[in-house]
Design a protein around this ligand. Structure first.
Ligand code: AVJ
Ligand code: FE
Length: 427
């Protein structure tokens, strides 16, 4: 059983990569005015301007202060942009956009100067972490923009827009509902110990899984409409007590990015909470997969007896394999990427929409926090569920079979859908 390691970066390719990542981050702000920059679109999320400043703060702290040993810069921003500085609702008092962009630029130019002579080979893990840190905040920015657009119809970015949606192959409507693949019982190694691993992916652990079935495709809008029309949101059978309470309080009647148009039928449902995903799974007499089941269906090649970094193998994600990195700018039909299939024949394991799993976010035995103790540790609280796979807005540096995302089960804002699993296959 081998897992080939990701190729190591040279400092020249690192520079190219962090610059490309930054360019994409700033591009998100092209049509943003100061009001949107500072607006808290939802109590669970900070304003996008805060995320932008926090990206610079984090780069300055970990590279300029900790690695390079330079004195602190822009001390007046420390409390504002630190992850543990202010509560989310107090993050709305921000400097002008141009000043925050200047903060980013100033920090970056010092970072590039430092990189000229930095002992890069010994620091690669931290640089890779930083790149993924910016990538994740950039996706949150895209989410908050989508949310802003959903609430006040300012057209900045949209997830499922019928006038741009394209249908799939056409066979999908017949093939899709309930199509599952079989995964045989056995031991499986879960996690990632390569240099790009985030602390919560380490160390690799061996888990035994029984036989199971898992959906070939994520649940589509067509599938999900059936649940809505069958009165799924009014039927307490599908919801736990806690989920039912959330449903009544939030008055939710459909997914957040729901656009009821047949042109979206082959697209994955996007913008569901874990509660909605779980309710749908109950409704179709299935269940959500555990994280390990999801990861095995994405990673394991039973013919080669080999574990793969990506569903298709070891080559890095690109546009023929999956919908990611804003290359399309919205969801795509779930059968669009046959070249991205896993060895078991699952489509869209990476990209398009994040997928909720049944698993509570927690540590693997032997966990060590990096680069700071509480990066993941704070969230090992049996209150967050694991999401896998990445969305159409996920950058390629934070997208792989082992990557773990986490959110509270009530959160609807993530570009998230799901697929179901089952111990037996009755369909
Ligand atoms: C893993 C996306 C939930 O944004 O809250 C960023 C990642 N942690 N900075 C988040 C994170 C610290 C985290 N998520
Ligand atoms: Fe952060």
């Amino acid at each position: 059983m081998t897992l080939r390691s990701i190729s190591s970066l040279s400092s020249a390719s690192l520079i190219q990569t962090i610059q490309a990542c930054r360019h994409a981050t700033l591009a998100l702000f092209e049509d943003v005015d100061y009001e949107i920059f500072c607006r808290q679109a939802h109590p669970d999320f900070s304003p996008i301007g805060w995320h932008l400043g926090h990206i610079a703060y984090t780069e300055a702290l970990w590279i300029l202060q900790r690695l390079a040993g330079y004195p602190p810069v822009f001390s007046e921003y420390h409390c504002l942009f630190a992850q543990d500085g202010l509560s989310k609702c107090d993050r709305v008092y921000l400097p002008p956009i141009a000043e925050v962009v200047d903060y980013l630029d100033t920090v970056r130019s010092k970072v590039l100067t430092y990189l000229d002579s930095a002992p890069f080979e010994h620091q690669e893990r931290l640089w890779r972490w930083l790149l993924q840190h910016e990538s994740q905040h950039a996706e949150t920015i895209a989410m908050v923009l989508a949310l802003t657009q959903a609430t006040d119809k300012r057209s900045i970015l949209i997830t499922q827009t019928p006038d741009r949606a394209e249908g799939g192959s056409g066979d999908l409507s017949r093939a899709i509902a309930g199509e599952m693949v079989f995964v045989e019982a056995g031991y499986f190694e879960q996690g990632n110990d390569a240099v790009d691993a985030i602390d919560n992916e380490r160390p690799i652990q061996s888990v035994y899984l029984e036989d199971y079935w898992i959906d070939r495709y994520p649940v589509t809008c067509r599938d999900y409409r059936f649940f809505i029309q069958a009165g799924g949101y009014d039927d307490p059978r599908w919801w736990s007590e806690e989920a039912w309470k959330w449903l009544q309080t939030s008055q939710t009647r459909h997914p957040l990015y729901w656009v009821d148009d047949p042109r979206n039928d082959d697209h994955p449902v996007c913008g569901v909470s874990w509660y909605e995903a779980n309710a749908y799974a109950q409704f179709v007499e299935k269940r959500l997969p555990t994280e390990a089941e999801w990861e095995k269906a994405a990673s394991w090649n039973p013919t080669l007896q080999e574990r793969l970094l990506y569903p298709w193998g070891h080559e890095e994600p690109e546009q023929t394999r999956c919908n990611h990195q804003h290359l399309v700018g919205m969801t795509t039909p779930v059968d669009r990427y046959p070249q991205g299939q896993s060895a078991y024949g699952c489509f869209d394991m990476l990209g398009n929409v994040w997928e909720w799993t049944a698993t509570w976010f927690g540590s693997y035995p032997g966990f060590k926090g990096f680069p700071y103790a509480s990066y993941s540790q704070t969230y090992f609280d049996a209150a967050h569920r694991v999401l896998k796979g990445g969305s159409w807005a996920t950058r390629r540096w934070a997208m792989r079979n082992a990557f773990r995302n986490w959110y509270h089960p009530h959160v609807q804002q993530v570009f998230a859908g799901f697929r179901c699993a089952s111990h037996s296959h009755r369909f």
